[in-house]
Ligand binder design. Structure first.
Ligand code: ZN
Length: 673
């Protein structure tokens, strides 16, 4: 793996030694892997007599590994490859791999063979894997008759097709905002204005790509520019995705009904820690109550402040929220978030986060210049644990035309101990990546980087399992956002930040007093942040928890917004059309808040005066990251905490926010994103 020959590279990865691939090469690579997967299943089915882990689970897991890596790598190319013809082919092949996975999930012969294995003397990880696999077979409908299973396959294939098209629209649809009067950019950072010169007609064009959009919403003094940007951003992929969403919801509901569930939300939580849509509702209700008063108080403080600046202002719109929070924080906490941007140029931040993770988790990273990558902006890194190579990751961190627009960690190859090493890619849209732009990041960008790196470490350190099916982040879906949100908390440590956050012009490390003000200021807005997450959470549940025939996604969005948020609803907000979490997380967006509660409980276990070098990090690595998906989430939690999680750390975190305004100061944990 360290010294991959070209032959090996071609077998495990679709691209050649230069990282290049064309559509027909990709087609034949995927088809050969699908053929291999069929052979692996045939091997399993050919077993006569006693079914064992060696003769049945091993070939099954080989097929799972093949499908997983093939689907993930095809999907990666769909998200990032520069050539559109390859992206289109990759999307088509992602569909083909998904269809093969669905066929496997409904294959009765395979199910019977797996169910016939004697696992009484197997290790706990293997037992857990087999029981989860059999449960998922039943949830997929393996017990149904031939005609019903054929119909379920059709529905699943249709859902995949709609989902891929929905995502493609979001990826390829960039809206533009024209600025004809440069005065509208007032308030934005100088480097931002410098990077957006006017064309020969005097027009400045801003896109809805994240590094263009986010500073406008935070800093632009022009309410009209903010409103135009808000509308442009929240109408991406509209109207095309409205109908696609309705079609997808109908397919999901029909699937749930056939499988005996009242709604898709009940089906999608049946194999999760949450268990049911009713539990989810209860969870949302508790957080709604816990955050209500704080959010009202915050809104009133910000509105009153805004009125002093603009007498006659009656209320604030959703498009005003980021700007007025920023202005309020400047006044109340003496913190201007532009003042930290010069300390966060992209390249040193990347280096700093890598060094932090390496020290924390006792691993080392080495850039691998030989490993083929799909674009010159991408870097490849090898991970070493106690001197042993244990995985590889790729960083694809800046926007490009046609590239996916969001921030994610994409596991590419599931690690299997002694057989194959895990690989994972970060696909992000941070500022920078151009030679004339230092890529100054907002502090929330840096938090996002920590978040995605938390997923990455989970995939690598959890990727040393016996089986691909329990490798890396293959926990219950609603545990997946724990390691990512846990790592976010490290962002607030002043000593840690000073180790890499240096002014891009002077080299001065970020002053501890500035970090303290940043932490206090960013704590303000937590209740509002919780409610924003609850708004997304409720929407994801609501659209998946009622008959889709009469569902109006616009009406639900507006009602949900008004129920949860104090800001004035902006007419024409079609946020759902680009809300890709509805594709991947379906009804289960609650995962973020559910896991935030757990992550904060975990973070409390660390020695906050010695975050990096205390013994807790290694204990966390061993009990949470290394087991991957070999244990239920509840067990992982108990192994680390010695008890189940409680709301205490979360409640304290939300409660901290008003402490800062009176000058008392928080202990510097948490943020609002
Ligand atoms: Zn995440």
């Amino acid at each position: 793996m360290n010294q991959l020959s070209t032959e090996e590279t071609r077998d495990t990865h679709p691209w050649n030694a230069q990282g290049e691939i064309d559509a027909s090469g990709l087609e034949s690579w995927v088809q050969s892997r699908l053929a291999r997967q069929r052979e692996q299943i045939d091997t399993l089915l050919a077993v006569q007599g006693e079914k064992t882990l060696a003769n049945t689970l091993r070939p099954y897991d080989d097929a799972v590994a093949t499908l997983s890596a093939t689907g993930s790598l095809a999907s990666l190319l769909d998200s990032v490859y520069p050539d559109k013809a390859v992206r289109d082919k990759a999307r088509e092949l992602t569909q083909a791999v998904s269809e093969a996975a669905t066929a496997l999930s409904l294959n009765q012969e395979v199910y019977r063979a797996l169910a016939a294995m004697d696992v009484s003397s197997a290790d706990p990880g293997t037992t857990h894997y087999v029981s989860q696999t059999l449960l998922n077979y039943r949830l997929a409908g393996v017990d149904k008759d031939d005609a019903t299973r054929a119909h379920l396959r059709q529905l699943s294939d249709k859902a995949t097709e709609i989902a891929l098209t929905f995502a493609k629209h979001v990826q390829e649809n960039v809206n533009r905002v024209e600025v004809r009067d440069a005065a509208e950019l007032e308030g934005l950072p100088e480097d931002y204005i410098r990077n957006h010169p006017a064309d020969e007609h005097g027009v400045i064009t801003l896109t809805t790509d994240f590094p263009d959009m986010q500073p406008v919403m935070t800093f632009a003094r022009s309410a009209d520019l903010r409103l135009r940007m808000f509308r442009a951003y929240n109408t991406r992929a509209y109207p095309a995705n409205r109908q696609l969403l309705l079609d997808l919801l109908a397919v999901r509901q029909e699937t749930a009904t056939i499988l005996g569930f009242r709604s898709w939300a009940d089906l999608a939580t049946a194999n999760q820690m949450m268990g049911s849509a009713a539990n989810m509702k209860k969870f949302i209700g508790e957080l709604e109550v816990a955050s209500r008063q704080g959010a009202v108080q915050e809104y009133e403080m910000v509105l009153e402040f805004a009125r002093k600046q603009q007498p006659g202002l009656t209320n604030l719109k959703s498009s005003d929220r980021g700007f007025w929070y920023e202005q309020y924080r400047r006044e109340a906490f003496d913190f201007d978030s532009q003042s930290v941007r010069p300390f966060f140029p992209y390249a040193p931040v990347e280096q700093g986060i890598l060094e932090t993770a390496a020290r924390l988790f006792h691993v080392s990273f080495k850039p691998n210049k030989e490993a083929p990558v799909w674009h010159p902006q991408v870097s490849a890194w090898d991970v070493y644990d106690r001197g042993q190579l244990c995985g590889r990751f790729y960083l694809d961190m800046h926007p490009r035309e046609g590239k996916d627009k969001w921030f994610s960690a994409a596991p590419l190859i599931p690690g299997v101990a002694g057989r194959q090493l895990p690989e994972v890619a970060l696909i992000c849209n941070f500022p920078g990546g151009k030679s004339d732009d230092p890529g100054l990041m907002q502090y929330s960008d840096v938090v996002t980087f920590f978040h995605e790196f938390g997923h990455l470490m989970h995939a690598i350190l959890g990727g040393q399992q016996k089986w691909a099916g329990i490798s890396g982040i293959a926990t219950e879906g609603d545990f997946v956002e724990v390691p990512s949100q846990m790592l976010e908390e490290f962002f607030h440590d002043a000593r840690l930040l000073a180790s890499f956050a240096r002014h891009y012009q002077t080299g001065e490390p970020i002053p501890p007093a500035l970090v303290e003000r940043m932490n206090r200021a960013s704590a303000f807005g937590r209740a509002d942040g919780v409610r924003t997450q609850l708004f997304y959470t409720s929407y994801s549940l609501d659209v998946h928890n009622q008959p889709p025939e009469n569902l109006d996604p616009d009406q639900l969005l507006e009602e949900g917004y008004k129920r949860m948020m104090p800001y004035e609803w902006v007419e024409g907000n079609r946020m759902y059309a680009s809300f890709t979490h509805l594709i991947g997380y379906t009804s289960n967006y609650y995962t973020y808040m559910f896991d935030k509660v757990i992550a904060l409980d975990f973070f409390r276990q660390f020695d906050h005066s010695d975050l990096l070098d205390g013994p807790t990090a290694m204990r966390y690595r061993q009990s949470i990251l290394e087991p991957g998906g070999s244990k239920p989430g509840t067990q992982l939690i108990e192994d680390f905490l010695g008890r189940q999680q409680t709301m205490d750390a979360f409640a304290a975190w939300v409660g901290e926010e008003f402490a800062g305004a009176s000058g008392k100061g928080s202990n510097g944990v948490g943020h609002t994103a």
